[in-house]
Ligand binder design. Structure first.
Ligand code: C2E
Ligand code: CA
Ligand code: CA
Length: 268
């Protein structure tokens, strides 16, 4: 049997055969309205069945295929968004971005061309960047040497600025889980901050644990960012956070990632 990295390469070279996207709803808690969806990559291959993105995304990064893969994800998600934006003009589709895009910094141009081809407004799309992005010297995606780190951070900042210029929205993913959350928030023009799903677990428990989501929300609002709370799983958690003025929520309580047809049937 072939190894997983070999099968990944075969899938990509076979026109992304075996890859597909699931969509998880994001809701506005005040109005109950649909805000948009996060596109999440899935891969199914002969011999191994469904392989989790936490397994195949790092492999794609290591084998140098992540950039072309994520261009495919962007193209699929944007054409799906075009269809859903016809039903809900303010629909927002989020896609995740690996920090390996730094090595091939033409993503902004690529995204703009795709949106033009589709006739879709950039404001309907959002990129999610995690803290592994080298926005500041010493981020996990970097080589580890101080001088190289500064150079990579400058390149990271330049890519973020060029993405921002396209009009596509930017979100900071998994906020609070890494060492540089606060500095990145201070220095970069994020439109939305996604509070890491670990924090919501503490809210329903009360005590000191419950202080984090309200405090992080106030901080994000005070620097002009909207907030998305990730990982809301139960009615108790929702009850504990629903009055904090959080603009967007996502989690199994509202809906799991599902195929496009099911998303459309359930939420549109
Ligand atoms: P992420 O960006 O933080 O995506 C959210 C993950 O949390 C998804 O897992 C989703 O299914 C899961 N999730 C959503 N709601 C809940 C909840 O209420 N409770 C719990 N426990 N989990 C919840 P998934 O789909 O397995 O994706 C895992 C990670 O794989 C993603 O984390 C993202 O980092 C990465 N990933 C997926 N697709 C792509 C992609 O196209 N490009 C890149 N670079 N990464 C991707
Ligand atoms: Ca994400
Ligand atoms: Ca996340």
């Amino acid at each position: 049997m072939f190894s997983l990295p070999t099968l990944l390469t075969i899938s990509i070279e076979n026109n992304f055969h075996g890859f597909f996207l699931h969509y998880q709803p994001q809701l506005c808690p005040d109005s109950g309205r649909l805000y948009g969806a996060e596109a999440l990559a899935r891969w199914s291959c002969a011999g191994y069945g469904n392989v989790a993105p936490d397994v195949f995304i790092p492999m794609l990064e290591e084998t140098g295929r992540i950039v072309e893969f994520e261009k495919w994800v962007f193209r699929e998600a944007a054409s799906q968004c075009k269809r859903w934006a016809a039903l809900r003009p303010d629909f927002r589709m989020s896609v995740n971005l690996s920090c390996r895009h730094l090595e091939q910094a033409d993503l902004g141009r690529y995204a703009q061309d795709e949106l033009k081809r589709l006739g879709l407004a950039p404001s309907n799309m959002m990129f999610e960047l995690t803290e592994s992005w080298p926005l500041l010297p010493g981020a996990p995606c970097q080589s580890g040497k101080a001088a190289a780190g500064r150079k990579e951070a400058a390149a990271g900042g330049a890519v973020v600025s060029s993405l921002k210029e396209t009009g596509i929205r930017l979100a900071m993913d998994d906020f609070g889980s890494g060492y540089s959350s606060l500095l990145s928030l201070q220095k970069f023009p994020f439109d939305l901050v996604k509070i890491d799903r670990e924090f919501v677990k503490g809210t329903a428990r009360g005590g000191a644990q419950a202080a984090f989501v309200p405090s992080l929300t106030r901080l994000c609002h005070s620097v002009g960012c909207q907030v998305c709370l990730e990982g809301v799983e139960t009615a108790e958690e929702y009850e504990a956070v629903r009055r904090l003025g959080i603009e967007v929520m996502q989690g199994y309580y509202f809906g799991r990632p599902v195929p496009a047809e099911e998303f459309e049937r359930l939420y549109l």
